[in-house]
Design a protein around this ligand. Structure first.
Ligand SMILES: [Mg+2]
Length: 166
């Protein structure tokens, strides 16, 4: 039986792995991963567990399968999770590079997407899905803060609205 819960697509860089840090970053720690140094914030990892009570979670990140290789172990995120995989040569010339793979992965399921790098094509994509009656929410993070409580609050409100509509 397919789940009737909405999907939550989770970016990593700018959501859990922060950059452009300020002098007062969210709680987290530096980690060496495959030769690169990352600041992984712990608040977002905890919030994803709460989101997992209402959503089917999936990674939607250039990390692809490496998210499962490292983040549950280092950061205590949920996982392993399903992974959106990307083509090397995205089809639509000026569309956001993740959109074709997201469409293929999500089909017509209600979907929320948390990412630090959403553009006008993403907004258009979400508006078109909502206009077609497929609940869709974009949640944008700041790369130096990543996922915080307010983002989870927005996601829970979206899940509630999906329940009310269903
Ligand atoms: Mg990102």
């Amino acid at each position: 039986m397919p789940s009737d819960r909405p999907l939550l697509l989770i970016d990593v860089d700018g959501v859990l792995a922060l950059f452009n840090l300020t002098a007062d970053p969210p709680p987290g720690a530096w980690h060496m991963i495959e030769g690169f140094v990352y600041y992984l914030q712990t608040t977002g990892a905890q919030l994803l567990h709460a989101a997992g009570d209402r959503f089917d979670l999936a990674w939607c990140t250039g990390w692809e399968d490496r998210a499962n290789d490292h983040l549950p172990r280092l950061l205590g995120t949920p996982g392993p999770l399903p992974v959106v995989h990307f083509e090397r040569n995205p089809g639509r010339g000026n569309a956001h590079w993740k959109l074709d793979a997201i469409d293929a992965f999500c089909g017509g399921r209600p979907t929320a997407w948390i990412d630090d790098a959403l553009n006008d094509q993403c907004t258009d994509w979400a508006a078109a899905r909502n206009a077609a009656g497929i609940p869709t929410l974009l949640v944008e993070t700041e790369p130096h803060r990543g996922m915080q409580q307010a983002h989870l609050d927005a996601l829970i409100a979206f899940a509630d609205s999906c329940d009310a509509a269903g």
